[in-house]
Design a protein around this ligand. Structure first.
Ligand SMILES: [Zn+2]
Length: 335
């Protein structure tokens, strides 16, 4: 399997986040990617494809904001990491405001996703990691590739960050595939959390099918996306499939939902598959609530591999750091 990792992604190291009303050490630690890179290598380096593939998914205003936000925060006299505290929720005017706090509100949707000194560099190289990893799938030289991305990406929308995500690595790779001539690409999101950013990016697209299996947003983050009646809109109507599952879901019902997602992807006649893989479906994950065991991951992966599509696996969440490399290795072994 072709594997890509860029160590500049470790530069993203926020200090704290707001969680259950308290400031706690930021859960997306650099060690997450480090242990996977050390134990599942060798990994090839990321190439630099520039901003173009990023701007095929994210707005220029948002990308400029992300690149400059930490500097703007520090220039406004603050210490620590940039974090928003005011959001233009309902029916506010789309004002172009300069103040960093107003911009943080405009370009984010939660308070758990700080911008630290190395965030832009890490997110940029995360996106390049995904774009690099999809190249040999497009040329046909490999069938399966793994992009070890960090920070994760699937909660980041066209013009917003959230859920520890800044640039949507999986969506950037999927869009790079359609721009390279694949007319039907599927994104299968098997992170514990709904991939709301990916859904928003492709909600009205007919060339990218998005399927997600995740903790039911009636009780799980990100709450406002991922309900079963969200099915796409406009030309994209019917090309979004949400399969929310309750807390404590074990392997058997999980595989049933996976069958439905894979059937839909096969029905779409996808030519290439991008898997947003989060190891936070793991039974001992500190912030999630499914009951998937390390030994279950090859079963899940083998079922996905039965689609027999060129497949890019993009790393999303997974916060049980002590078990993370084993869980990821277990999943990859199924391919
Ligand atoms: Zn997650």
């Amino acid at each position: 399997m072709y594997k890509v990792f860029d160590p500049r992604q470790l530069l993203h190291a926020p200090d704290v986040e707001l969680h259950n009303g308290r400031l706690i050490p930021h859960v997306d630690r650099p060690a997450r990617a480090q242990v996977i890179a050390e134990r599942l290598g060798p990994f090839g380096p990321a190439e630099d494809f520039g901003r173009e593939p990023i701007l095929a998914v994210h707005t220029p205003e948002y990308v400029d904001f992300l690149e400059g936000a930490w500097r703007l925060w520090r220039d406004s006299g603050r210490s620590g990491d940039a974090i928003g505290y005011t959001w233009p929720v309902v029916k506010r005017r789309p004002l172009q405001l300069d103040r960093i706090d107003a911009q943080l509100g405009r370009f984010s949707y939660d308070a758990g996703t700080p911008i630290a000194e190395g965030t832009w560099a890490a997110a940029y190289w995360g996106a390049q990691t995904a774009v690099t990893a999809i190249q040999p799938l497009l040329s046909g030289s490999v069938r399966t590739a793994f992009a070890l991305c960090r920070p994760p990406g699937h909660h980041a929308g066209p013009d917003y960050l959230g859920g520890y995500c800044y640039l949507n690595n999986a969506a950037i790779a999927a869009r790079a595939a359609t721009l390279a001539g694949r007319s039907r690409v599927a994104v299968l999101d098997v992170d514990y959390h709904h991939g709301n950013g990916t859904q928003d990016i492709f909600y009205e697209a007919k060339d990218v099918f998005f399927a997600s299996i995740h903790g039911d947003p009636a009780t799980e983050y990100p709450f406002y996306w991922g309900h079963h009646d969200e099915r796409g809109a406009g030309e994209g109507e019917g090309f979004t499939l949400n399969l929310p599952l309750p807390r404590e879901t074990t392997l058997a019902p999980y595989l049933n939902a996976l069958d439905l997602a894979l059937e839909a992807i096969a029905g779409f006649d996808a030519q290439l598959l991008v898997v947003s893989f989060g190891a936070d479906t793991y039974e001992a994950d500190p912030i999630s609530h499914f009951r998937i065991a390390t030994s279950d991951y090859p079963r899940i992966a083998r079922q996905i591999a039965q689609l027999r599509l060129p497949t890019l696996i993009v790393m999303e969440g997974g916060y049980a750091v002590e078990a993370l490399s084993e869980n990821v290795g277990s999943f990859l072994s199924g391919f």
